[in-house]
Every structure is written in C-alpha cells, then in structure tokens.
Design a protein. Structure first.
Length: 320
C-alpha cells in the first residue's frame, strides 16, 4: 500500500528537519543565488521573500499531467516570486511583477498547513508546491504542522530546477514526486532568457539528485503518480538545439524510462513584446514540436506525456 515519504520519517524527525531548514534562513543559501542575507530578520534579496512565504493562490488543479491531476485534481499551492527572471514567464504577475510588500506580509506556517489540509479534504491526490525553490524551509515548517493534523498526501515538488543541493538534501525522504522543468542547456541562453548563466549546471546537478532520491516516475494501477521524477521541457521557438542537448542528457544520465513532458504551449509573454527578444516573439510551430518529439523517440525516450496531440499522432503513424 502506498505511503507518503514523510510519514516514514515520523513527526519528530520531520520537525527536526523543518527546524534545521528554517535556521538556514539566517544566512540564506537556500537556492543557487547564494544571497547570504538574514531572512529570519525579514531581509530579502533575489527572491523578494523574507521570513514568511507568500502564496498567490491554492486550489485543486485540473491542468497538470494526467498522473498528477487524476479525477479530483492536484492540490497546488502557488508560491509568489521566483529565483529566476525568465523573460517569457507566463506567470509574470506572481513571479516577478509583484513588489516586496505588495503581496502582504506573507503566509505563516499555520496558514500554509491549513491550505494543505483543505486540499486533502477536497479530495486532491497530492500536495503540489509550485515555485518552491526559495521557500523550502517555510514549506517544511508548514508540512510538519499539517502532518500533526492528519496530512497523508504525497508531496509534489514543482520546480524550475534552479535548486540548491543543500535544499534538496533537506527534502530527501520527504518529497515523493519531483517535477523539474529543464529549461535551457547552454549558459548563453540561460543568461539571456533566465538571467542566470549558471542555470544549466545547477539544473543538471539538481535533477540528478532528485533522481537519486526517488528514481523514475512510478504510476499505480489507478494511473496516479506515487513516486519518482517527472521532467518537463518547454520547447522554445528556434531552440531545438537546446531541446536535443537536454533530451540526450536525460537519456544518457537518467535512462530511457524517464517520464518526460515535452510542452508545446510556449507563447510570447512577460517581457517578450515589441522589439525585445524578437527571436522568441512567436509561438512554436507544429513542425518544430514534431521534430522535438522525433528527437525524443530517436533516443528511445518512450514515456512521453500522452496528452499532446502531436505525440499521439506520431505514435498512431508508427503503430504504437
């Protein structure tokens, strides 16, 4: 019978882990930015988040991958702000546009714990922390309280993959499903579009550690994800070289049984308007996305997310 990872730790160990994580906020290196500010004193730097996390919304999400949303939805908690500066971010209003203090003083651990418990009462299949890279201590602090009050759902860590290995060590044995979005392979693209030249190396190290902790995605008889890594990759216009490099790395380092969602929903958003970033100021063409799927297939990556019509079409043509 499935049992969420954190339930195997016990409440005392979980509380100790949460306290260790919160103490790390005093000299913050929670993410690769290594800002070294004292967030316990409510100071902040790149992530615009002090002692308490800001939550923009929480609800049962029916738009996630099928193994996550099931029939009652994935219990998403959207954390405000972000440690990246993606110029094309489709959630720009909650990740970057909100100024410090504009979203209020933040949500305390009791409030976030109650969100998790409410999502469980509403029948969600999991608790899905969205953009948690900069608030790992706050999420763990809230989780410890929620578990005391009866939370049993698996935890989904829904991330850009710009994560610190120190934070992932705190999550070892707690997170059930890691869902990293591997965005770019090259330092040049990462600097231009994410404002983080070190992103590729950080993402590779983080995803490898996630895979070490939980392995490839496991799906139960009801079609629900229970444990493992689900990798997302947003196919970008004119950037199939990045897609190929990322998929080749996944195949060689993580294995052909990796579950990969190749996403085709890119659209110009955020700061991509006017004459800014003209090379990505368009949608991905159907031919580009078809080529991305062909790359994955040629590498033997057969566990592609099946909701995409292009994927299903190619499989039908091949008789799979």
């Amino acid at each position: 019978m499935f049992r969420a990872n954190y339930l195997n730790l016990g409440s005392d160990q979980l509380q100790t882990r949460a306290e260790e994580a919160v103490s790390a906020l005093s000299d913050c290196r929670i993410c690769p930015r290594d800002c070294r500010v004292d967030r316990l004193a409510d100071r902040w730097a790149a992530c615009k988040t002090g002692r308490y996390a800001s939550v923009s919304s929480y609800f049962p999400h029916m738009g996630e991958e099928d193994p996550l949303r099931g029939w009652n939805g994935s219990g998403t908690i959207f954390f405000s702000h972000c440690n990246l500066r993606c110029v094309f971010c489709q959630n720009f209003d909650i990740s970057q546009a909100i100024k410090p203090g504009r979203s209020g003083p933040g949500s305390g651990p009791r409030e976030i714990a109650d969100m998790m418990l409410d999502l469980q009462r509403r029948g969600c299949h999991n608790i899905n922390w969205v953009t948690p890279e900069h608030v790992v201590p706050q999420a763990l602090e809230a989780l410890a309280l929620a578990v005391e009050d009866g939370l049993t759902l698996p935890i989904v860590y829904n991330t850009s993959a710009y994560d610190a290995l120190e934070s992932l060590a705190l999550l070892d044995g707690i997170v059930d499903i890691y869902m990293p979005d591997f965005k770019f392979w090259s330092r040049e693209s990462s600097e231009r579009y994410l404002k983080a030249a070190d992103y590729p190396g950080a993402a590779r190290a983080a995803i490898a550690e996630m895979h070490r902790q939980v392995g490839p995605l496991q799906i139960d008889a009801n079609g629900l994800a229970r444990r493992g890594v689900l990798i997302r990759h947003l196919v970008m216009p004119g950037r199939l070289d990045e897609t190929r490099a990322i998929l080749e790395w996944i195949e060689s380092q993580l294995g052909r049984d990796s579950y990969v969602n190749l996403m085709d929903q890119y659209r110009p958003a955020g700061r991509v308007h006017g004459d800014a970033y003209p090379e990505i100021a368009r949608r991905v063409s159907s031919d580009e996305f078809r080529q991305a799927v062909e790359i994955a297939s040629s590498l033997g990556l057969s566990r592609l997310d099946e909701r995409r019509p292009e994927v299903n079409l190619i499989r039908r043509l091949r008789g799979h």
